[in-house]
Design a protein around this ligand. Structure first.
Ligand SMILES: Cc1ncc(COP(=O)(O)O)c(C=O)c1O
Length: 392
């Protein structure tokens, strides 16, 4: 297993940027277009009876999905990738592909709300079992993995919304020792953390976010470290019919060309904003892992190329204080999602996590005072001026 070469080897990261930039260039053999053409077709003609060409049917094959899959595999240092219709389809796919009836998933308390809802709903139907564990207690996690023998450990690189960061390298050592699969949702940190290089087996994204980057597409990607796992994932996406639409793959590939540049800017602004909030009297706690005092700083400092661009904090006061603050903001739209060019503000307990029971939220540390900012590509000082007047 590679250690945190991902962090140390800047040359390797630079080379990924160049390779992604060149995926799909002049591969169209009719006109040799620099930008790959859009293949809007549901089906393809056969050469002759019993002789299909490389693509036969749109659910199974599409050149735009293949181009994007190639770029995402380069990004994540994986063997192969499957492009699906949403981030939640991406979260579901490894469960469909690798879990048997009654197998156990272990995942951290405080995960993304829809992931909690999906795994709990699958458990309620009797398909799988799920155990939500406090990953901050590493001894407990070690114990649970050793005794309960999960088929899969599922985690987010940086959790949504409290930006908890658990050491992927250390958890990968555990899953390898106990023959479990480690699946990492890397939605918050594409090009910043490379989970497969840290020992994970599968890495996935809501491509709706940074991979696309322009807030106009919903899609997901799943990348496997091994060819064998990649084939199983592709089989299930095709069988369940969750592969993404050609236009969506085309747009996301367009976004991928600027991913690394955008992440640099998103992250630099996020750090400035987190630092500003951390010293503001109206703010109780800032969770941004780029702050040395934050929970996840050490792990990301070790293997990350930055700390992401989500800034979550608790405001002092009550729900009315939060409401007033949000109403006063000018440059932050009140919306779920992240990873686009625009900055967003979200109130997790009533928005992204509204489907999760109050006691589960409270246990995870998500309160009515919790506010999540998705930092966009605007000028950092404009955003800080806006926050200053809204907090006044
Ligand atoms: C960490 C994480 N994973 C998965 C998803 C689901 O993605 P989608 O909305 O594209 O289905 C989201 C959406 O916000 C997310 O934040």
């Amino acid at each position: 297993m590679a250690n945190h070469a991902a962090k140390n080897n800047l040359r390797e990261k630079a080379s990924k940027i160049t390779q992604i930039m060149h995926v799909g260039i002049a591969e169209d053999e009719q006109h040799y277009a620099i930008a790959p053409p859009l293949y809007m077709t549901s089906t393809y003609s056969f050469e002759a009876l019993g002789k299909p060409r490389a693509c036969d049917y749109g659910r199974t094959h599409n050149p735009n999905r293949d181009i994007l899959a190639k770029a995402v595999s380069i990004l994540e240092s994986g063997a192969c990738s499957t492009i699906v219709s949403s981030g939640m389809a991406a979260v579901h796919l490894p469960v469909q592909a690798f879990m048997e009836h009654n197998d156990l998933i272990i995942a951290p308390k405080g995960s993304y709300g829809s992931t909690i809802r999906l795994f709990n709903s699958l458990q309620d139907k009797g398909y799988i079992r799920v155990k939500w564990v406090d990953f901050l207690d590493f001894d407990l996690l070690q114990d649970v993995i050793a005794t309960e023998k999960p088929r899969m450990v599922f985690m987010e690189t940086i959790s949504n919304p409290l930006l908890r960061t658990y050491d992927i390298e250390e958890i990968a050592k555990l899953t390898q020792r106990h023959d479990a699969l480690l699946v990492v949702d890397n939605t918050f940190t594409p090009g910043v953390v490379f989970p497969l290089e840290l020992g994970a087996d599968v890495v996935l994204h809501s491509a709706t976010k940074y991979l696309n980057g322009h807030s106009d597409i919903v899609a997901g990607t799943v990348t496997a470290k091994t060819e064998q796992h990649g084939k199983q994932l592709a089989h299930w996406a095709n069988s369940a019919g969750t592969t993404a639409a050609p236009f969506d793959a085309y747009q996301i590939m367009r976004g991928m060309r600027t991913l690394f540049e955008r992440m640099e800017k998103h992250q630099a602004t996020a750090l400035k904003i987190a630092t500003f909030l951390d010293s503001h009297d109206a703010v109780e706690t800032v969770y941004y892992p780029g702050l040395t005092s934050a929970q996840g700083h050490a792990a990301l400092e070790k293997y990350g190329h930055g700390f992401g661009a989500m800034v979550t904090f608790d405001l002092k006061g009550d729900l009315d204080t939060v409401r007033t603050f949000i109403e006063r903001l000018n440059w932050f739209s009140l919306a779920v999602s992240l990873g686009g060019f625009e900055s967003l503000v979200c109130h997790p307990p009533t928005m992204t996590h509204s489907g999760v029971q109050k006691d589960i939220l409270a246990e995870a540390g998500i309160t009515d005072n919790t506010v999540r900012l998705a930092i966009g590509l605007e000028d950092a000082d404009d955003l800080i001026d806006d926050l200053t007047q809204a907090l006044a």
